[in-house]
Each structure stands twice: as structure tokens, then as C-alpha cells.
Design a protein around this ligand. Sequence first.
Ligand SMILES: Nc1ncnc2c1ncn2[C@@H]1O[C@H](COP(=O)(O)OP(=O)(O)OP(=O)(O)O)[C@@H](O)[C@H]1O
Ligand SMILES: [Mg+2]
Length: 811
Amino acid sequence: MEIEKNEMHEHNIDSSNLLPLLPLKNVAILPKSIIPIIVSRDISIKAVENALKTDRTLFITAQKNPSTEVPSSDDVFAYGTRSTILQFERMPNGPFKILAEGICRAKATHFSDYTTDGCAYVHYQDLPTTHMEHTVELEAIWRELCNAYTTYTKLNDKAPLDIIAGIKTPQDMDYIADTIAIHINNLSLEDRQILLELPNLKKRMLKLCFFINKEIDILKTGQRIHGQVQTQVEKNQRDYYLHEQLKAIQKELGREDQSDEIEALKQKIKTANLPKEAKQKVDAEIKRLEQMPPLSSEAVVSRNYIDWIVSLPWHKTSKDTINILQAEKILNKNHAGLKKAKERIIEFIAAKKFSKQLHRSPVICLVGPPGVGKTSLARSIAESMGREFIRISLGGVRDEAEIRGHRRTYIGALPGKIIQAMKKANKLNPVILLDEIDKMSRDLHGDPAAALLEVLDPEQNKNFVDHFLDLEYDLSQVMFIATANMMEHIPYPLFDRLEIISLSGYSEQEKLAIANEFLVPKNLKEYSLSKKQFKINDDVTLRLIDEYTKEAGVRQLDRLLAKLMRKTIQVLLENNKNTSISITKELLIKWLGMPFYKKTSVSKKKERIGLATGLAWTEVGGDILEIETTALTGKGGLTLTGQLGEVMQESAQAAMSYIRSRAKDLGLKPTFYTTYDIHLHIPEGATPKDGPSAGITICTALISALTDNPTKPGLAMTGEITLQGRVLSIGGLKEKLLAARQNGCDTVIVPQENFDDVEEVKKEMSLDGLTIVFVDNMDDVLKIAFIKDPFSKKRHHTKTTKKKTTKKIKS
Ligand SMILES: Nc1ncnc2c1ncn2[C@@H]1O[C@H](COP(=O)(O)OP(=O)(O)OP(=O)(O)O)[C@@H](O)[C@H]1O
Ligand SMILES: [Mg+2]
């Protein structure tokens, strides 16, 4: 201390404003900032030591050139900071670590040379902040600064935002302005020095704003550049990564697997013993496949194609075990009744044995209502011939490609149903059932029937070409069987090539036999029940047939039997006993509910004027058709309602013409048709009805209404009528007679032309209780149909008088 004072005297310096000088390299310390400094230069160590000896105060300023080791007065900035040492720590070999805090801006007014101990002193003058009046301008600048700083903090999340909160007075502003400057990271020494040299608060804050905005600009630009660089890097990285992954996958699965796979395919091709053309195709395809990247979609298509070709049967056949007796046995084993159909089938199978050499045979088509065993018969045919059985459902098919396949150029293309069936069969000579051939339709994409035509034609099917395979394939050994519900709906060109075998609906007795011999045993087996556990007698089965089902086949019956068995099982389980259940009529009601179809006979209705009962054939079997007519005074209109088809409407016209021609004999005025409005209606209006067989019924109903003559109850009729009153034959007789009996009719009028058909039906079912009357003209019908003879003169008289009274009532 002593020495210092002396020296000060020596230099003639006023010691009151004298401080040791600590020159800093690259750093300007602002008031309020606290910075750690490593003090290692001798001159600096001395300065700290000397400050520590007094009140720890130093004059800190920055060197203009950091490389100067012992700076002179010209080498340091005159503007610096009066600072205090807050903490210090002396390191073993001499240097200090200190924590210094800037206290106040200060200017060195005089620089003393270094003392003997190597420390320089400066005379200084504090430069307190000026322009601290709280003016609008100051406030505006402050806000500007705050905004700039806020933006800055968003870009640099290390800068604290809360330091500007709640600042009101200029003193605070002064303090915070410097603090902000400290938090602006990249201010250069020169910029800091500029701020340091501005005691004027307004100017300093403005300058600071400028610096911050410059910094914001730089940061934003930096971010943008960073973003660009980043996306570029990311894209490159991603591409690279994907490439590597792809390479790895290809290595893992690809090349090695591909060659394995191709080897396997080649092996398959060898064993498949393909015909020449197919072999050539496949070999060419394999060559292409080898060139393709294994994962490409092309390769998938190519492999798929080869797969299809090698997995089709090209030579394999099943050995025909055509033994007529055996075939008969199998058909009988699976089906009750169906005598005629079975005979035809056996005949056909026998012919097939020969036609094998002839290489052509007709295609049989089983036609009949649902559930009469068409599909299952076809299955039995396959079984009896020892061939594979494949069923192709044609219901709803409307695109030729479904039969003949799509060209390979389509994504996901497949062969058509025929080739698919061949693959499934894996034999060259399966039985293929073309089920529901009448349910095909056509649209823009070609006619599936045309494609089928080629399939079924023995002349053409030797070289069947599927679009997908694009190869000739031999279908000539396949046995095709078709089924249909309605003959009329089979496309005509196809119909022409088919050998139709009709299956009609079953009679009650036939159904009973089927139930006893097939359905009950089959279901018992399925539900693991014994004959003892489930008993049902014929009476109950018949009731089930009559009152709970209304069908030509036996599907519903089958289902109901199954339901009864399930109920039985439930009861057996509940009682936990080995009891047995006998199905009674009461149980039927309990388990199935009240009968769905009562034998209520509409045809026995009392009020029968204008009413006649016809018989109809529908896809689901026979039914009765109540035809109602009224004839009211009017102007000669004929209204037909109840969804009548064209043919039925024509029948009505024909009937009217017949009546007009017979008007006189029926006691009608020749002009009767101009004085009546006739309305003909067939109830159940929602179901469309058509066909000529209601002709005589319509005529009878009309005459009944026109002549006020009631028809006989319990009488049903069927037959087509011509203009001259001839009665022509009709179809579906068996179903119609069944329906008549089921509905409680006792007499049925049938066209004479159908005599043989009735004889045929009699072979299949008993017609006990049903009187069949054959007619060949309408007059005969009328003689039978009415209670009173419509041709009697006496009756005409009474009718006229009666009509008069009616008219009176009406007016
Ligand atoms: N005569 C019969 N003898 C024994 N079971 C029969 C007989 N007729 C039909 N079935 C049985 O009735 C069920 C229905 O027959 P299937 O499926 O062959 O009828 P479908 O004529 O093909 O009918 P759809 O036209 O609705 O296809 C089958 O379980 C079948 O075994
Ligand atoms: Mg079927």
C-alpha cells in the first residue's frame, strides 16, 4: 500500500479517482453484468491483488487489440466500467479466478504508466446515465425495445423474457437496457463498446433496438437456411436409408429366394408334363421372370400365371367306374322317388359310357322348383361315376369374363370359373355342375351365355380358350350338368343344347317318404340323436308338411325337422334324463307356433257369383288362383288388376270374344259388352302372374258375373282358351293337382289334351278324393262349372227379371 501511494505521488495523480486497470481481451463489461474472469497476465494479477487490498474496485476496460500483452493507454478503450470483485479464488500457481460486477460506466481520464510491481492505474470519471426523464418518447423507445427483445426471445430461447415485465421507471429501464444487452448473445465487442459509451438512455435504447433487430434478422435468416439445409439433409438421408433397406430386403428375400423359387417352378413344370404349347408358354414366361426384379408387380403376375398353368390338370383323369347297377344303387341311396328322372339319368350315364368313344354327348339340365334335389342329384351322378364333383354357381353372373377369365393385362386378373373349377377338380374329367343356369344375366361386358355355349359345345370345347391362360384347354372329357328353376328363363341358344330332365314338386306322400327315409335319419345323425330319443309319426309329419310348409321341394320341411330336433335336445338336456320325445300335434304348436298354412278352402266360399278358382304353377310349386270379376252397368270398359302379365291379359280378351260369340246362348244381349263395365281382379296383387292356363277360369268368372250365376264350390280348373272356345293343354299339372288337393278342392277341370299327363301323375301320387274332368271346349267347362245350367232358356228368363230388380235398387 505504502509503495503504491508513493508511486502515486511520484506520478502526481489524484488518488481519490484512481483505480487499478484490468484490461480485458475481447470483452467489454457493461454495468450490471457479472462475469467470471480468469486473471492470468502479470499486470492483471497485480491489478486484482491491489484492488483486493483496498475496496475491491477496479477499472475494467477492453483492449482494442486482444494480442497486445502489455497494453498502453492507446491500446485500451477509454470508456470502461467501474467494477467490484465479488468473489475471488487464487489458484496455486498465481492466477486468479474472480467474479466481477460492473457498477457504473466510467471514462479513463488519465492513464498512469505501470508501477514497479507491474500494475497500471487510471484516473477515471463516472458516467452516470443521462436523459432519464420519463417522456412519451422514452416510453415509446422502451416499448420498441421490449417488442424487439420479445421477438428475440422467441428466436433464442435462452434469453429470459420475464426481465422486461413490470418495468415502469426510467431507472428500471436503464438497468434493464443494460441487462438486455448482456443477454443478446452475439453482440460484438464493438457493439458492446458502443453501448458502453452511451450514457444517454434514449440513445442507448435506440441503438440496442437496432442491434437486436439486426440480430433477429440474422437469426431468422439462419433459421431459414437451417430449414433448407435440414430438409435437404433429411431427404438425402431418407433416400439413402430406403435404398439401403431395399437392398437389404432384396438380399434377404430377393435374389436368393427368387432363384430358389424359379428353381422350384422349373421343377414343377418338369413334373407337370405339360402339353407342347403350354410348355412353350411357360418356358418363355420363366425367361422373362428371371429378368424381372423379384418384387415388381410384373413378376408377381408372371409367377401367378406360371402357377396357374402348372397346377391345372393336363393329363390326370379319374377312372370311370360306370356300372349301371352301381349307379342306380347310388341314386336310390341318396334320393327317394324321382323315378322318371332317375331312369333318364341312368340312361344317360349308360350312353355316356359309349359316347366316350364318340367324344360327344348331350348336356343334361335338371329343371324344377327349389329344393327338389337338383343339386344333390347332380352330386349323386358324379358319385355314381366315380368322378370329382365341382359346382359352379351361375346365379347373378353377368360378365363373360366370369366364365372365360380376364386378360392378364388386368391387375389381379384370374382365370374364369371354368378353369378355376378344373384346378379345383385336379382331374380332366370331373362332373361340373352349372347351377342355376337360368339366373344368368347379361350386360355391357358381353354375354356369359355365349361363353357357356362354347364350353358346352362338344365341337368347340376341345380347344377352350380362357382369356387369362391364353392357351387351348381341353374340356371335352368334362361332364357338364346344368340346373334351372324355370325352363323359360334359360337363354335359348343354351336351351337348344341341353337335354332337359324335369323334376316336379313332391306330393305329400312323396314328401312323407323323403322325410322318413332321408331327412329324419340325416338330421338325427347330424344332431347325434337316436331313433329312440326322437320319434315322429306319419300323422305328425303330414301335418308338418301340410300346415307348416308350402313348397314344392323339401327344404323347409328339412329345416323344421332340424328345429324340432334342436328343441328335443334342449328338453333332454334340461331334464337331464335319457327320456325320449315323441312329437305330437300339441308339441308342434308349442314349438313351432300355430300352423302357417291352414287348409282353409277359399274355393269353398259361399258367395260365388263372379268367382272362379284356377290353378297356377309357380317356381315354388302349385297354387290356387281365385279370379274375381264384377260387371256393373257402364259403358263397356274392361279393367284388369292384380299384376297380370301380357299373356294373361290376352287370355281375358280372348275370353271376352268367346263370350260375345256365345252371348245369345248365354242369354246375354248382343250388345251386352257396351252396357257393362267389367272389372277382373286376381288377389295377392303384389305377385305378378302370367301364363295362358287361366283362360278358362277367367272366362267362367266373367260369365258368372255377367249372368249372375254362382260357380260350384270345391271346383278348380286349368286350361288355355281360344277365341272359338277350344280348351288347350297346359303344363305343371302335378303341382297344380297337388295345390288343388291341398286347398280342399274335390273336382278339377283339366284339358282333354293333358289326359296322358294325368295318367303320369297318377303313377307318382294318388289322386284319391279328387275327381278329374277332362274337357276340350269351353261349353263343356260351363256345363260343369255352374250350379245352374248357363245355357238353359228358363234361367235366362229369371235372370232378366232379377236384373231389373237389381237395377231398381241401384237407381
Ligand atoms: N328325392 C329326395 N330324396 C332325398 N332327399 C331329397 C330329395 N329331394 C331333395 N332332397 C333333399 O332336399 C335338399 C335340397 O335339395 P337340393 O339342394 O338338391 O335342391 P335344388 O333342387 O338344387 O334346389 P335349388 O333350385 O334351390 O338349388 C337336399 O338336402 C336334398 O338332399
Ligand atoms: Mg340347387
